[in-house]
Ligand binder design. Structure first.
Ligand code: MUC
Ligand code: MG
Length: 373
Protein backbone atom coordinates (compact mmCIF):
# COMPACT_ATOMS: atom_id res chain seq x y z
CA UNK A 1 0.00 0.00 0.00
CA UNK A 2 1.35 3.41 -0.82
CA UNK A 3 2.32 5.77 2.01
CA UNK A 4 0.07 8.60 3.09
CA UNK A 5 0.90 11.82 4.93
CA UNK A 6 0.32 11.27 8.64
CA UNK A 7 1.13 14.61 10.22
CA UNK A 8 3.17 17.82 9.94
CA UNK A 9 5.22 19.55 12.65
CA UNK A 10 6.72 23.03 12.43
CA UNK A 11 9.08 25.12 14.58
CA UNK A 12 10.28 28.71 14.73
CA UNK A 13 14.03 28.45 15.26
CA UNK A 14 15.93 31.60 16.30
CA UNK A 15 19.67 31.53 15.60
CA UNK A 16 22.01 34.48 16.28
CA UNK A 17 24.19 35.73 13.41
CA UNK A 18 28.00 35.84 13.73
CA UNK A 19 27.91 39.65 13.28
CA UNK A 20 25.29 42.26 12.37
CA UNK A 21 24.24 41.82 8.72
CA UNK A 22 23.20 45.20 7.26
CA UNK A 23 20.83 45.36 4.29
CA UNK A 24 19.15 48.44 2.85
CA UNK A 25 15.88 47.65 4.67
CA UNK A 26 17.03 46.06 7.95
CA UNK A 27 19.98 44.97 10.10
CA UNK A 28 19.92 41.34 11.18
CA UNK A 29 21.35 40.12 14.51
CA UNK A 30 19.35 36.91 14.47
CA UNK A 31 17.78 34.74 11.79
CA UNK A 32 14.47 32.92 12.27
CA UNK A 33 14.16 29.63 10.40
CA UNK A 34 10.74 28.03 10.00
CA UNK A 35 11.47 24.29 10.03
CA UNK A 36 8.90 21.75 8.81
CA UNK A 37 8.78 17.99 9.20
CA UNK A 38 6.28 15.91 7.22
CA UNK A 39 5.79 12.42 8.68
CA UNK A 40 4.45 9.63 6.44
CA UNK A 41 2.53 6.48 7.35
CA UNK A 42 5.57 4.31 6.39
CA UNK A 43 7.69 6.06 9.06
CA UNK A 44 9.71 8.09 6.54
CA UNK A 45 9.84 11.82 7.25
CA UNK A 46 10.87 14.80 5.14
CA UNK A 47 12.36 18.15 6.19
CA UNK A 48 11.68 21.58 4.77
CA UNK A 49 12.57 25.17 5.66
CA UNK A 50 10.97 28.54 4.95
CA UNK A 51 13.09 31.51 5.92
CA UNK A 52 12.74 35.20 5.23
CA UNK A 53 14.82 38.24 6.19
CA UNK A 54 13.97 40.79 8.89
CA UNK A 55 10.40 39.80 9.76
CA UNK A 56 8.18 41.62 7.26
CA UNK A 57 10.81 44.11 6.09
CA UNK A 58 11.99 42.06 3.08
CA UNK A 59 8.98 40.09 1.89
CA UNK A 60 5.24 39.71 2.43
CA UNK A 61 5.44 36.54 4.59
CA UNK A 62 6.73 36.72 8.19
CA UNK A 63 8.14 33.69 10.06
CA UNK A 64 5.09 33.67 12.35
CA UNK A 65 2.75 33.99 9.34
CA UNK A 66 4.54 31.15 7.53
CA UNK A 67 4.15 28.87 10.55
CA UNK A 68 0.49 29.78 10.82
CA UNK A 69 -0.08 29.08 7.09
CA UNK A 70 1.65 25.69 7.47
CA UNK A 71 -0.21 24.65 10.63
CA UNK A 72 -3.66 26.04 9.90
CA UNK A 73 -4.06 25.96 6.13
CA UNK A 74 -1.55 23.72 4.34
CA UNK A 75 -1.33 20.83 6.84
CA UNK A 76 -5.08 20.00 6.76
CA UNK A 77 -4.93 19.82 2.94
CA UNK A 78 -2.05 17.32 3.10
CA UNK A 79 -2.89 14.94 5.95
CA UNK A 80 -4.28 11.60 4.69
CA UNK A 81 -3.21 12.23 1.07
CA UNK A 82 -0.86 9.87 -0.87
CA UNK A 83 2.64 11.07 0.00
CA UNK A 84 4.42 10.15 -3.24
CA UNK A 85 2.16 12.05 -5.66
CA UNK A 86 3.96 15.37 -5.40
CA UNK A 87 2.43 17.14 -8.43
CA UNK A 88 -1.18 16.35 -7.40
CA UNK A 89 -0.37 17.48 -3.84
CA UNK A 90 1.10 20.79 -5.07
CA UNK A 91 -1.92 21.31 -7.37
CA UNK A 92 -4.20 20.73 -4.36
CA UNK A 93 -2.34 23.40 -2.35
CA UNK A 94 -2.30 25.81 -5.30
CA UNK A 95 -6.07 25.48 -5.74
CA UNK A 96 -6.86 26.20 -2.09
CA UNK A 97 -4.14 28.65 -1.00
CA UNK A 98 -3.15 31.83 -2.85
CA UNK A 99 0.47 32.99 -2.73
CA UNK A 100 2.38 31.98 0.42
CA UNK A 101 5.29 30.73 -1.67
CA UNK A 102 7.66 30.60 1.33
CA UNK A 103 5.35 28.23 3.22
CA UNK A 104 4.74 26.20 0.05
CA UNK A 105 8.49 25.97 -0.53
CA UNK A 106 8.93 24.29 2.86
CA UNK A 107 6.19 21.79 1.98
CA UNK A 108 7.59 21.05 -1.49
CA UNK A 109 11.07 20.56 0.01
CA UNK A 110 9.80 18.19 2.72
CA UNK A 111 7.79 16.14 0.19
CA UNK A 112 10.86 15.82 -2.06
CA UNK A 113 13.13 14.93 0.89
CA UNK A 114 10.74 12.17 1.99
CA UNK A 115 10.24 10.87 -1.57
CA UNK A 116 14.01 10.82 -2.13
CA UNK A 117 14.52 8.87 1.11
CA UNK A 118 11.80 6.39 0.07
CA UNK A 119 13.50 5.82 -3.30
CA UNK A 120 17.09 6.02 -2.04
CA UNK A 121 17.77 8.97 -4.38
CA UNK A 122 19.02 12.52 -3.76
CA UNK A 123 16.56 15.36 -4.42
CA UNK A 124 18.76 16.47 -7.37
CA UNK A 125 18.03 13.10 -9.03
CA UNK A 126 14.28 13.66 -8.58
CA UNK A 127 14.78 17.00 -10.35
CA UNK A 128 16.47 15.38 -13.36
CA UNK A 129 20.03 14.95 -12.10
CA UNK A 130 22.92 17.16 -10.97
CA UNK A 131 25.30 18.70 -13.53
CA UNK A 132 27.95 19.06 -10.81
CA UNK A 133 28.60 17.90 -7.25
CA UNK A 134 29.88 21.25 -5.96
CA UNK A 135 28.80 24.82 -6.68
CA UNK A 136 30.53 28.21 -6.53
CA UNK A 137 29.48 30.25 -3.49
CA UNK A 138 30.19 33.91 -2.70
CA UNK A 139 30.12 35.70 0.67
CA UNK A 140 28.34 38.94 1.53
CA UNK A 141 30.42 41.68 3.20
CA UNK A 142 27.75 43.62 5.11
CA UNK A 143 29.01 44.55 8.57
CA UNK A 144 28.16 48.19 7.83
CA UNK A 145 31.79 49.22 8.32
CA UNK A 146 34.17 49.53 5.34
CA UNK A 147 37.39 48.66 7.21
CA UNK A 148 35.76 45.67 8.90
CA UNK A 149 34.40 44.45 5.51
CA UNK A 150 37.87 44.69 3.94
CA UNK A 151 39.45 42.80 6.86
CA UNK A 152 36.74 40.13 6.59
CA UNK A 153 37.29 39.84 2.80
CA UNK A 154 41.08 39.60 3.27
CA UNK A 155 40.69 36.81 5.78
CA UNK A 156 38.28 34.87 3.53
CA UNK A 157 40.57 35.24 0.50
CA UNK A 158 43.51 34.10 2.62
CA UNK A 159 41.66 31.00 3.82
CA UNK A 160 40.45 30.36 0.24
CA UNK A 161 36.85 29.92 1.38
CA UNK A 162 35.48 32.54 -1.06
CA UNK A 163 36.72 34.36 -4.14
CA UNK A 164 33.64 36.51 -4.83
CA UNK A 165 31.93 39.05 -2.57
CA UNK A 166 28.60 40.83 -2.59
CA UNK A 167 28.23 44.20 -0.84
CA UNK A 168 24.91 45.40 0.54
CA UNK A 169 24.37 49.04 -0.33
CA UNK A 170 21.39 51.39 -0.66
CA UNK A 171 20.80 52.35 3.00
CA UNK A 172 23.05 55.41 2.88
CA UNK A 173 23.58 58.42 0.61
CA UNK A 174 24.69 57.46 -2.91
CA UNK A 175 28.08 59.17 -2.47
CA UNK A 176 28.73 57.26 0.79
CA UNK A 177 27.78 53.92 -0.78
CA UNK A 178 29.96 54.62 -3.81
CA UNK A 179 32.96 55.53 -1.62
CA UNK A 180 32.42 52.34 0.44
CA UNK A 181 32.25 50.20 -2.72
CA UNK A 182 35.27 51.90 -4.32
CA UNK A 183 37.39 51.25 -1.20
CA UNK A 184 36.49 47.55 -1.26
CA UNK A 185 37.06 47.21 -5.04
CA UNK A 186 40.48 48.89 -4.64
CA UNK A 187 41.42 46.61 -1.73
CA UNK A 188 40.07 43.27 -2.99
CA UNK A 189 38.93 43.72 -6.61
CA UNK A 190 42.00 42.34 -8.37
CA UNK A 191 41.71 39.09 -6.37
CA UNK A 192 37.93 38.68 -6.19
CA UNK A 193 34.74 39.36 -8.10
CA UNK A 194 32.90 42.25 -6.41
CA UNK A 195 29.13 42.58 -6.79
CA UNK A 196 26.57 44.82 -5.06
CA UNK A 197 22.95 44.38 -4.00
CA UNK A 198 20.91 47.60 -3.66
CA UNK A 199 17.72 45.80 -2.54
CA UNK A 200 15.41 48.23 -4.44
CA UNK A 201 16.68 51.33 -2.63
CA UNK A 202 17.20 53.68 -5.60
CA UNK A 203 14.77 55.54 -7.82
CA UNK A 204 15.39 55.30 -11.58
CA UNK A 205 17.53 58.44 -11.90
CA UNK A 206 19.71 57.63 -8.84
CA UNK A 207 20.11 54.12 -10.29
CA UNK A 208 21.23 55.48 -13.67
CA UNK A 209 23.96 57.57 -11.97
CA UNK A 210 24.88 54.94 -9.39
CA UNK A 211 25.09 52.04 -11.85
CA UNK A 212 27.27 54.03 -14.28
CA UNK A 213 29.75 54.75 -11.46
CA UNK A 214 29.70 51.19 -10.17
CA UNK A 215 30.36 49.89 -13.71
CA UNK A 216 33.27 52.32 -14.13
CA UNK A 217 34.92 51.21 -10.88
CA UNK A 218 34.79 47.53 -11.94
CA UNK A 219 31.80 46.08 -10.06
CA UNK A 220 30.83 42.85 -11.88
CA UNK A 221 27.12 42.60 -11.08
CA UNK A 222 24.51 45.07 -9.77
CA UNK A 223 21.52 43.46 -8.07
CA UNK A 224 18.03 44.98 -7.93
CA UNK A 225 18.99 48.68 -7.96
CA UNK A 226 15.36 49.83 -8.41
CA UNK A 227 11.96 48.91 -6.94
CA UNK A 228 10.66 45.44 -7.80
CA UNK A 229 7.69 46.91 -9.68
CA UNK A 230 9.81 49.19 -11.89
CA UNK A 231 10.65 46.57 -14.48
CA UNK A 232 11.10 49.12 -17.28
CA UNK A 233 13.87 50.87 -15.33
CA UNK A 234 15.54 47.51 -14.67
CA UNK A 235 15.42 46.69 -18.40
CA UNK A 236 16.84 50.12 -19.35
CA UNK A 237 19.71 49.66 -16.90
CA UNK A 238 20.42 46.19 -18.33
CA UNK A 239 20.89 47.84 -21.76
CA UNK A 240 22.81 50.96 -20.80
CA UNK A 241 24.72 50.63 -17.55
CA UNK A 242 27.88 48.88 -18.77
CA UNK A 243 27.86 46.03 -16.27
CA UNK A 244 25.48 43.13 -15.73
CA UNK A 245 22.21 43.74 -13.87
CA UNK A 246 20.73 41.03 -11.62
CA UNK A 247 16.94 40.91 -11.11
CA UNK A 248 16.04 39.66 -7.61
CA UNK A 249 12.89 41.04 -5.96
CA UNK A 250 11.46 41.74 -9.47
CA UNK A 251 11.16 38.04 -10.39
CA UNK A 252 9.52 35.17 -8.52
CA UNK A 253 7.13 33.33 -10.86
CA UNK A 254 7.64 32.02 -14.41
CA UNK A 255 5.22 34.77 -15.47
CA UNK A 256 7.56 37.40 -13.96
CA UNK A 257 10.43 35.85 -15.91
CA UNK A 258 8.38 35.87 -19.10
CA UNK A 259 7.42 39.52 -18.54
CA UNK A 260 10.96 40.84 -18.06
CA UNK A 261 12.12 38.74 -21.04
CA UNK A 262 9.32 40.19 -23.19
CA UNK A 263 10.39 43.72 -22.18
CA UNK A 264 13.91 42.90 -23.43
CA UNK A 265 15.77 42.39 -20.11
CA UNK A 266 19.33 41.39 -20.92
CA UNK A 267 20.77 40.73 -17.43
CA UNK A 268 20.63 37.81 -15.04
CA UNK A 269 18.02 36.45 -12.66
CA UNK A 270 18.38 35.52 -8.96
CA UNK A 271 16.49 32.28 -8.36
CA UNK A 272 15.26 31.59 -4.81
CA UNK A 273 13.21 28.56 -3.82
CA UNK A 274 11.21 30.66 -1.33
CA UNK A 275 10.14 33.24 -3.94
CA UNK A 276 8.98 30.53 -6.35
CA UNK A 277 7.41 27.92 -4.05
CA UNK A 278 10.12 25.27 -3.81
CA UNK A 279 13.07 23.50 -5.44
CA UNK A 280 10.94 21.96 -8.22
CA UNK A 281 8.74 25.03 -8.80
CA UNK A 282 11.72 27.39 -9.12
CA UNK A 283 12.92 25.42 -12.15
CA UNK A 284 9.93 26.74 -14.14
CA UNK A 285 11.25 30.31 -13.75
CA UNK A 286 14.78 29.07 -14.50
CA UNK A 287 13.59 27.46 -17.73
CA UNK A 288 11.81 30.62 -18.91
CA UNK A 289 14.85 32.79 -18.09
CA UNK A 290 17.22 30.36 -19.78
CA UNK A 291 15.09 30.25 -22.92
CA UNK A 292 15.23 34.07 -23.06
CA UNK A 293 19.03 34.17 -22.73
CA UNK A 294 18.84 35.55 -19.17
CA UNK A 295 21.75 34.29 -17.00
CA UNK A 296 20.98 32.21 -13.91
CA UNK A 297 22.17 32.83 -10.33
CA UNK A 298 21.46 30.68 -7.27
CA UNK A 299 20.04 33.06 -4.65
CA UNK A 300 19.46 32.79 -0.89
CA UNK A 301 17.04 34.18 1.68
CA UNK A 302 19.85 33.51 4.19
CA UNK A 303 18.40 30.13 5.01
CA UNK A 304 19.96 27.65 7.41
CA UNK A 305 21.37 24.35 6.17
CA UNK A 306 18.05 22.67 5.28
CA UNK A 307 16.84 25.50 3.02
CA UNK A 308 20.34 25.98 1.63
CA UNK A 309 20.68 22.30 0.71
CA UNK A 310 17.19 22.25 -0.85
CA UNK A 311 18.30 25.17 -3.04
CA UNK A 312 21.63 23.52 -3.91
CA UNK A 313 19.84 20.42 -5.21
CA UNK A 314 17.84 22.67 -7.57
CA UNK A 315 20.82 24.82 -8.60
CA UNK A 316 22.93 21.72 -9.29
CA UNK A 317 20.62 20.84 -12.20
CA UNK A 318 21.12 24.23 -13.91
CA UNK A 319 23.86 25.96 -15.89
CA UNK A 320 24.58 28.92 -13.56
CA UNK A 321 26.22 31.83 -15.36
CA UNK A 322 26.83 33.68 -12.07
CA UNK A 323 27.28 30.91 -9.49
CA UNK A 324 25.49 31.05 -6.13
CA UNK A 325 25.34 32.89 -2.81
CA UNK A 326 24.37 29.87 -0.69
CA UNK A 327 26.45 30.87 2.35
CA UNK A 328 23.47 31.27 4.76
CA UNK A 329 24.60 28.65 7.33
CA UNK A 330 27.99 30.38 7.65
CA UNK A 331 26.31 33.59 8.80
CA UNK A 332 24.72 31.76 11.76
CA UNK A 333 26.46 31.05 15.06
CA UNK A 334 25.19 27.45 15.19
CA UNK A 335 23.52 24.82 13.03
CA UNK A 336 20.60 22.46 13.66
CA UNK A 337 21.86 19.62 11.46
CA UNK A 338 24.18 16.81 12.51
CA UNK A 339 26.74 17.37 9.71
CA UNK A 340 27.12 20.95 8.49
CA UNK A 341 27.85 21.68 4.82
CA UNK A 342 31.39 21.63 3.50
CA UNK A 343 32.53 25.06 2.19
CA UNK A 344 36.05 25.32 0.70
CA UNK A 345 37.91 26.76 -2.31
CA UNK A 346 35.04 29.06 -3.27
CA UNK A 347 32.67 26.09 -3.49
CA UNK A 348 30.08 24.23 -1.44
CA UNK A 349 29.70 20.46 -1.81
CA UNK A 350 26.27 19.05 -2.64
CA UNK A 351 25.27 16.37 -0.08
CA UNK A 352 25.02 12.97 -1.78
CA UNK A 353 22.74 10.95 0.53
CA UNK A 354 19.06 10.13 -0.16
CA UNK A 355 16.60 13.04 -0.08
CA UNK A 356 18.24 16.30 0.95
CA UNK A 357 21.11 14.31 2.48
CA UNK A 358 20.95 16.15 5.82
CA UNK A 359 19.95 14.97 9.30
CA UNK A 360 18.32 17.16 11.92
CA UNK A 361 20.05 17.49 15.32
CA UNK A 362 17.00 17.09 17.55
CA UNK A 363 18.73 18.53 20.64
CA UNK A 364 19.77 21.68 18.78
CA UNK A 365 16.28 21.97 17.29
CA UNK A 366 14.80 21.94 20.78
CA UNK A 367 17.45 24.33 22.15
CA UNK A 368 16.82 27.03 19.55
CA UNK A 369 13.06 26.59 19.08
CA UNK A 370 10.93 29.48 20.28
CA UNK A 371 9.32 28.52 23.59
CA UNK A 372 5.79 29.80 23.00
CA UNK A 373 4.86 28.88 19.45
C1 MUC B 1 19.11 39.40 -1.07
O1 MUC B 1 18.42 40.36 -1.31
O2 MUC B 1 19.68 38.93 -2.01
C2 MUC B 1 21.21 37.38 -0.08
C3 MUC B 1 22.49 37.51 0.37
C4 MUC B 1 22.47 38.45 1.41
O3 MUC B 1 23.43 38.87 2.06
O4 MUC B 1 21.22 38.88 1.59
C5 MUC B 1 20.34 38.10 0.80
C6 MUC B 1 19.17 38.85 0.33
MG1 MG C 1 19.02 40.44 -3.47
Amino acid sequence: MSATIEHLESWLVDLPTIRPHKLSMTTMGCQTLVILRIVRSDGISGLGEATTIGGLSYGVESPEGIKSALDNYLAPLLVGQPADDINPLLARLEKAVKGNTFAKSAVETALLDARGKALGLPVSALLGGALSTSLPVLWTLASGDTARDIAEGEQLLESGRHNAFKLKIGARELATDLAHTRAIVEALGCRASIRVDVNQAWDASTAARGCAELAAMGVDLIEQPVAAHDRDALVRLSHHCGTAILADEAVASPQDGFDIARRGFSGACALKIAKSGGPASVLKLANVAQAAGIGLYGGTMLEGTIGTVASLHAWSTLPLAWGTEMFGPLLLKDDIVVRPLDFANGQVALPQGPGLGVELDEDKLRRYSRASQ
